[in-house]
Design a protein around this ligand. Structure first.
Ligand SMILES: CC(C)c1ccc(C(=O)O)c(O)c1O
Ligand code: FE2
Length: 302
């Protein structure tokens, strides 16, 4: 089965590249690596060439999800596996592979979540360490989507993609890790009437990063939509806020980790507001409420 290194990057569509590039650099605290004229902008929070990529688009939301597998052999095996599963994975052309700087890369679209998943094993390692500025981002944490076909999506992610469930709220939210990566979840799925982006998360180094971020958001007129609070599932302390397109970004501090072997079984958690926030906060209605999934257009979201 496929062995993942980690959730590698998230690509977002944004409506105003200048505004969003400034926001993700100066407010979120990512490091700009490169901005292609009339094309994408690459940001990092690690030694990787990119962990977030912004693309210009009139439909803001999730463009695709990049998954790093353990090594080139795992990449070959994954390609064969997805071909056999009838997903028709396509290797990128040389120009796009060069621009992405992550070596051999292929993609396919998951017919359930409508997400384009991309696979690679050799992303360029930058000469210098990620330079943190306003926030000590530790890593790209997770991405969450809403789907109408919840059970089918979870079955696909587990049986075809080899994600493992860490915890779930019956028939409504499932938290999945990209096995054997140890973090409680790199991906989560919520049931909804339509396909929609939910949020992207960056894990931070200190509790102070959460408190300082709260004040930075207030001082810069950025809308905080939830938090600070504490999630019961992963145990993390969180803060959610909106980017210029009202896409939701989360910072979180702390997360349970799972061993590759002998991991505890997944817990079915109570469907209760306190499960999502042990501190009892009330999210703003705009929290995790907006964002198209590219490729879901034909199904919903007109
Ligand atoms: C409310 C959302 C889906 C949520 C719930 C729990 C966690 C966690 O335990 O870390 C999250 O990160 C979430 O985004
Ligand atoms: Fe989250």
């Amino acid at each position: 089965m496929i062995r993942y290194q980690k959730l590698g990057y998230v690509a977002l569509n944004v409506s105003d590249m200048d505004k969003s590039c400034t926001f993700y650099e100066k407010i979120v605290g990512l490091q700009l690596v490169e901005r292609v004229k009339d094309g994408p902008a690459f940001f990092r929070c690690s030694r990787d060439h990119h962990n977030l990529v912004l693309y210009p688009s009139e439909r803001p939301g999730l463009k695709r999800v990049g998954l790093e597998v353990e090594n080139p052999e795992a990449l070959e095996q994954a390609f064969e596996h997805f071909t056999k599963a009838g997903l028709n994975p396509k290797e990128l052309n040389k120009n796009e592979q060069k621009m992405l700087a992550q070596g051999k890369t292929f993609r396919f679209k998951d017919p359930n979540s409508c997400i384009t998943f991309e696979f690679y094993s050799d992303i360029t390692q930058m000469a210098t360490e990620y330079k943190h500025t306003v926030t000590k981002i530790a890593r790209l944490g997770h991405v969450v989507v809403k789907v109408p076909e919840f059970e089918k999506t979870i079955k696909f992610l587990k049986e075809v993609m080899n994600f493992k469930t860490s915890d779930y709220l019956s028939e409504s939210i499932e938290f999945l890790r990209v096995f054997p990566n140890s973090y409680h979840h790199s991906f989560a799925v919520a049931r909804a009437a339509e396909h929609q982006f939910h949020h992207v998360n960056f894990m931070v180094t200190d509790i102070d990063d959460i408190g300082i971020a709260r004040n930075r958001m207030i001082n810069n007129g950025v809308t905080i939509t939830n938090g600070p609070g504490r999630h019961q599932p992963s145990g993390s302390i969180f803060l959610y806020y909106l980017d210029p397109d009202e896409l939701t970004i989360e910072y979180s501090f702390g997360m349970e980790e799972f061993p590759e072997e002998g991991a505890r079984k997944a817990k079915m958690l109570e469907r209760n507001r306190l499960t999502l926030d042990l501190w009892g906060g009330k999210p703003d209605p705009r929290n995790c409420a907006f964002g198209y999934i590219e490729g879901a257009e034909s199904k919903v979201q007109v």
